[in-house]
Design a protein around this ligand. Structure first.
Ligand code: IPM
Ligand code: MN
Length: 361
């Protein structure tokens, strides 16, 4: 099979983790006899520096043509005070919207060999295995009106939280479909005791649940969810929520996995005629400019994102399993980066990438 993939290294540690992810991708493709057609483009702060725009037209065109896109991270501190349209993050929001990848799948599981890496007690974390299904193209992130206006004491800012029934239906269906392949439980997260948007969310999720009588549905308020995630994470199987709540809860989920450097993500959109998902694959972690260029970054989230790409965009389950098994093997070997607090000296980003290729065999 030919895999036509766009690579967007982005900012900060993005390029270094992406390099290792591409190394793993090349390795697994060679092993299973697939040919790779890789192209590379600019997104985020580096794109602003080189073109003036965080999401250049050329990048949009390549992303629409590729079978799948692999992204590193975006964000640089020199843009902290820039207006929203000149911020690296706008590039990420732009590509998500352009590709229409409305469902962001963020699996969170505990790894036996990393139990001591989590600040939480082992007996709480052990056995965690959930997937956070975050809606990705709506909510406060895109709602209008938005903006800052006025001046002096009257200066004000507004963002709009908005969801349509159709948007809630499609993300809810995604969650229920996933639950059918797992432990058949969906937890829907909202703030329906206060927000009208959440009241509609809950109503629509209940409607969709009627199509899936074999799946158990529970509702939980977002504040309580934040607490339950670290009190009793094993109770969660599929967690479905909106863009803003999902952003926040998935970083909290990283604590369960031992490090945010462990969390891959797949953002999928409408299915192509071939039946494959349009997909954007990226680690959950950000650009971490403080450690960029030092070989300290953990590439396993990026490598896990490659596994997700093989599975969802190309239907290559065996190849995906080979990558995931290599991640497990490398974790067991203890040859890991500093964020995972290895007993011995930490491995570099590239050493972890090499170990992954060796483990793939
Ligand atoms: C994420 C990130 C992004 C988001 C930022 C970088 C715009 O935090 O993917 O979780 O908020 O979606
Ligand atoms: Mn985030």
């Amino acid at each position: 099979m030919e895999l036509n993939i766009l690579v967007l290294p982005g900012d900060g540690i993005g390029p270094e983790v992406t390099e290792e992810a591409v190394r793993a991708l090349r390795h697994v493709a060679a092993k299973f006899g697939h040919s790779l057609r890789l192209s590379e483009a600019l997104l985020g702060g580096i794109a602003i520096h080189k073109t003036g725009s965080p999401f250049p037209d050329g990048t949009a065109k390549l992303a629409l043509e590729a079978d799948a896109t692999l992204l590193g991270a975006v964000g640089l501190p020199e843009f902290d005070d820039a207006p929203p349209e000149r911020r690296p993050e706008r590039g990420l929001l732009g590509i998500r919207k352009t590709l229409g990848v409305f469902a962001n799948l963020r699996p969170v599981r505990s790894y036996k060999s990393l139990l001591d890496s989590s600040p939480l007690k082992n007996h709480i974390v052990d056995g965690t295995d959930m997937i956070i299904v975050r809606e990705l193209t709506g909510d406060l992130y895109y709602g209008t009106p938005r903006g800052i206006s006025g001046s002096g004491e009257a200066e004000q800012a507004v963002n709009t939280m908005i969801y349509t029934r159709a948007e809630i239906q499609r993300i809810a269906r995604m969650a229920f479909e996933l639950a059918r392949k797992r432990r058949r439980k969906v937890t829907s997260v909202d703030k329906s005791n206060v927000l009208e948007v959440s009241q509609l969310w809950r109503k629509v999720v209940i409607d969709v649940a009627a199509e899936y009588p074999d799946v158990t549905l529970e509702h939980i308020l977002v504040d309580n969810c934040a607490m339950q995630l670290i009190l009793n994470p094993r109770r969660f199987d599929v967690v479905v929520t909106g863009n803003m709540f999902g952003d926040i809860l998935s970083d909290e989920g990283a604590v369960l996995a031992g490090s945010i450097g462990m969390l891959p993500s797949a953002s999928v959109g409408p299915k192509r005629p071939s039946g494959a998902w349009v997909g954007l694959y990226e680690p959950v972690h950000g650009s971490a400019p403080d450690i960029a260029g030092q070989g300290k970054a953990n590439p396993l989230a990026a490598i896990g994102s490659v596994a997700a790409m093989l599975e969802y965009s190309f239907g290559l389950k065996e190849e995906a399993a080979a990558v995931n098994a290599a991640v497990d093997a490398v974790l067991d070997s203890g040859r890991v980066t500093a964020d995972l607090r290895p007993a011995g000296p930490p491995a570099t980003t590239a050493q972890v990438g090499e170990a992954i290729c060796q483990a793939i065999g």
